[in-house]
Design a binder for this molecule. Structure first.
Ligand SMILES: Nc1nc2c(ncn2[C@@H]2O[C@H](COP(=O)(O)OP(=O)(O)OP(=O)(O)O)[C@@H](O)[C@H]2O)c(=O)[nH]1
Ligand SMILES: [Mg+2]
Length: 256
């Protein structure tokens, strides 16, 4: 089973995209299931087939360990890793070709703590792809774009599995602004010049050095523009996933 793990900054649109992509997959005849790994999720826009909250709930961790929400997220992330065995059994029983995995908003818990690595390893690194989700609110300024690219590079390099760089909520910005961001990602437009023009004072020097470091390790990656609201870009995600898993061949369509 191919797994697509949606990671990204808080509120970037991971859960909404998981919902929209699941609907797109079903509408296009692909068997797809959803696993929620956010122990603090409250209002859900989808019905998860597997839900970490059956084993770990943020409010219970807060109560049992006398912790505030941030401390509880850290404990919950570790409990999540410890409970992966319980999740693997229902995954094996799922009758689906694709599993969409929604993760908590705190990207740093997943990206930098050991628990994130345990989760990916247990899901099977060779059949998992990361869908990194960022949004215009973060990356429409040159400095913000570099910071978002740094987060993308961090998760890509740390997990050593293929990663898609997705910009969500594109319905919220004019197309010229979106094209400028997409141009930065492919280095077709002058990110360096735009950074130089940005009025950031000391942060400018930091962004420029970060920009150079990311360029040196070839961290810039084409972005997939998406709007879950307008159901735009969902097919592009599917196409890229097919590229990664099957070298571009759409097995589902070949069989049907
Ligand atoms: N306009 C617009 N709003 C969106 C889109 N995707 C998500 N949103 C909104 O952005 C907000 C956050 O979306 P979520 O899907 O909850 O984001 P998340 O990354 O799962 O958030 P956390 O799990 O809390 O980190 C919600 O109010 C969504 O309705 C989109 O494509 N367009
Ligand atoms: Mg969410």
């Amino acid at each position: 089973m191919n797994k697509i793990v949606f990671v990204g900054t808080a509120g970037a649109g991971k859960s909404t995209l998981t919902t929209a992509f699941d609907q797109w997959m079903h509408d296009n005849g692909h068997d797809c299931a959803i696993m929620n790994l956010d122990p603090g999720a409250e209002e859900m826009t989808y019905e998860p087939d597997i839900d970490i909250r059956e084993w770990v709930r943020l409010e219970e961790v807060m109560r049992d360990y006398s912790l505030g929400p941030n401390g509880a997220q850290i404990v919950a992330a570790d409990l999540l890793a410890l409970n992966m065995d319980k999740l693997l059994d229902p995954i094996e029983k799922l009758d689906a070709d694709y599993l969409l995995v929604d993760t908590p908003g705190q990207l740093e818990l997943f990206a930098y703590r050991q628990s994130g690595k345990v989760v990916i390893d247990r899901l099977g690194a060779d059949e998992t792809v990361l869908a990194f989700v960022t949004e215009p609110g973060i990356c429409k300024s040159p400095g913000g774009f570099v910071s978002s690219s740094m987060l993308f590079a961090s998760v890509s390099f740390r997990f050593e599995i293929p990663a898609l760089n997705i910009i969500s909520k594109t319905d919220l910005i004019p197309s010229e602004e979106l094209n400028r961001i997409l141009g930065w990602a492919t280095e077709e437009s002058g990110l360096y010049d735009d950074l130089m023009d940005e009025d950031l004072r000391s942060a400018k020097a930091f962004s420029i050095e970060l920009y150079k470091a990311l360029q040196q390790v070839s961290a810039y990656s084409e972005m997939i523009p998406v709007s879950s609201k307008d159901r735009f870009g969902l097919e592009d995600i599917y196409t890229r996933i097919q590229d990664i898993f099957h070298g571009g061949e759409d097995l589902d369509r070949r069989i049907s």
